[in-house]
Write a protein that binds this ligand. Structure first.
Ligand SMILES: Cc1cc2nc3c(=O)[nH]c(=O)nc-3n(C[C@H](O)[C@H](O)[C@H](O)COP(=O)(O)OP(=O)(O)OC[C@H]3O[C@@H](n4cnc5c(N)ncnc54)[C@H](O)[C@@H]3O)c2cc1C
Length: 437
């Protein structure tokens, strides 16, 4: 930084006002990123104030860590520097809800739970399942672009975002995409910012596609007490499902330990199949899927209402249940999930995992002490299936020196140029992204 902390704090305070800049020790420590304690925490009240704060930090050479609900601040490499944590919690308004066209525009600091409450009153929802929706913000969800169980049915974050407004490191306020699907020509800048982890700009507003609330939603849990997925009929059932015309909204295979953690009830590997839609279609799915489960040698029970919601909230929260431990996310083609899950038992004799069979995402819990070794082993498991492994969370002392994003992407040189073009001073979440970008 080119100025002293108190000068930076004075400048931020003169731009944002006293109440919006916090410097007490306890708050600063509570906003540490991988152990790096910021010099100030600020909460701009609107996009213009975000721009002013970024300009002040730019002039001071101060590194910024954007923060929404803080439920995923563990995601990413240990940052090179953190001088200012810029919170989006005061940008929490619903800008517009065009329910006729199933789109809504909200400020980036709005929590998903708050949005869902509003949408439910109009019979709609945003089908995303991050951990802690009561804290996860729309901006954070878009910046992290980590998808949940229902991606296989509704699409992922990248498919649901159609427009956004951002503030770039120079303080420019820019707009990408629009209020209706694909109404702009040129490069799709929205897609560039989805999953950019706050390294190219700060998202201040997002427009997403909504979907009608399903008439009915429930889960079929199938199990046979088998302790390994390979041993149980789980993937026989899933193969039958994939070979059918049925369209479940989510399929999760839970290892015995993961089943306990998410209180899926009962011993052994469990396969949870969620079904959503019109009552007739749901009834048909229940009939056919319980038949398929029986054919695969599995017993099946149906969870509906609060039991159904509780299960998927716990499944979404599984990654966060690993606080203090480590978590690896494998992404493989859906058809390779069975092979990848089978390979887990060669890396860990009692693996703790949740495998989203329809989306090809496997979350694996690992003891922190073994994280580096297991991550390396799982990187080759994913590689063998044309997939990818990310160390999604781990204590900073484990992450230091590791690139948590795994092997560098082929287009790394272009990514470096994009980062350099957008953020020449390397101020936004420096070092957090792939290859320490
Ligand atoms: C281990 C793990 C598992 C996860 N599993 C899932 C899952 O299953 N499904 C799912 O949907 N999500 C998942 N997520 C992602 C995550 O929980 C949320 O999607 C989302 O990132 C949380 O929002 P937040 O507001 O708490 O973000 P934060 O934790 O505050 O921020 C997340 C990242 O985004 C950046 N950021 C935040 N706000 C902005 C902004 N306005 N502009 C630019 N950058 C910003 C931050 O700097 C940070 O790098 C997971 C995350 C982790 C770490």
């Amino acid at each position: 930084m080119s100025v002293a902390s108190d000068q930076l704090i004075d400048r931020l305070t003169s731009e944002l006002g006293t109440d919006s800049v916090i410097t007490d020790r306890a708050t600063l420590e509570a906003h540490a990123v991988d152990g790096l304690v910021p010099r100030a925490v600020c909460s701009p009240g609107d996009a213009a104030q975000v721009a002013a704060a970024i300009r002040v930090c730019g002039e001071a050479g101060a590194a910024i860590a954007p923060r929404g609900g803080g439920t995923a601040v563990a995601l990413g490499n240990v940052p090179h520097r953190v001088d200012v944590v810029l919170r989006t919690d005061r940008l929490a308004a619903l800008v517009e809800h065009d329910d006729a066209n199933l789109t809504a525009t909200m400020e980036a600091g709005m929590t998903l739970a708050h949005l869902q409450t509003h949408l439910a009153q109009r019979g709609q929802l945003l089908p995303l399942d991050p951990p802690r929706p009561d804290r996860a913000t729309i901006g954070g969800i878009v910046a992290a672009s980590t998808n949940g169980a229902r991606r296989m049915f509704y699409g992922g974050v990248r498919d649901l975002v159609i427009g956004m407004k951002m503030v770039l490191p120079g303080g420019e306020q820019v707009k990408a995409g629009g209020k209706v699907v694909k109404n702009v020509a040129g490069y799709d800048m929205c897609k560039l910012f989805v999953g950019s982890l706050g390294t190219l700009g700060i998202i201040t507003e997002v427009t997403c596609k909504m979907t009608p609330l399903p008439e009915r939603a429930l889960t079929i849990i199938a199990r046979d007490g088998g302790s390994t997925a390979e041993g149980s009929g789980a993937f026989r059932l899933i193969d039958a499902l994939f070979a059918s015309t049925l369209q479940p909204s989510a399929i999760a295979v839970l290892s015995p330990r993961a089943g306990e953690l998410v209180r899926a009830g009962g011993p052994g590997v469990a396969t949870a199949v969620a079904v959503e839609g019109f009552t007739e279609a749901v009834d048909r799915h229940v009939r056919d899927i319980t038949g398929m489960a029986a054919a695969a040698g599995l017993s099946a029970e149906v969870l509906e209402g609060p039991a159904h919601e509780r299960l998927w909230a716990a499944v979404a929260d599984f990654p966060r249940s690993r606080e203090g431990e480590a978590l690896v996310r494998l992404t493989v083609p859906p058809g390779a999930v069975a092979t990848a899950v089978d390979a887990l038992s060669r890396v860990d004799d009692s693996p703790v995992y949740v495998a989203h069979a329809g989306a090809g995402t496997i979350w694996i819990g690992v003891e922190a002490a073994r994280a580096a070794t297991v991550f390396a082993a799982l990187t080759s498991v994913a590689g063998a299936q044309h997939g990818h492994a990310v160390l999604a969370s781990a204590p900073p002392e484990v992450k230091r020196g590791l690139d948590v994003w795994g092997s560098p992407p082929p287009a790394l040189s272009i990514m470096r140029e994009i980062k350099q073009r957008f953020d020449p001073q390397q101020l936004l979440n420096p070092g957090r992204f792939v290859a320490f970008l």
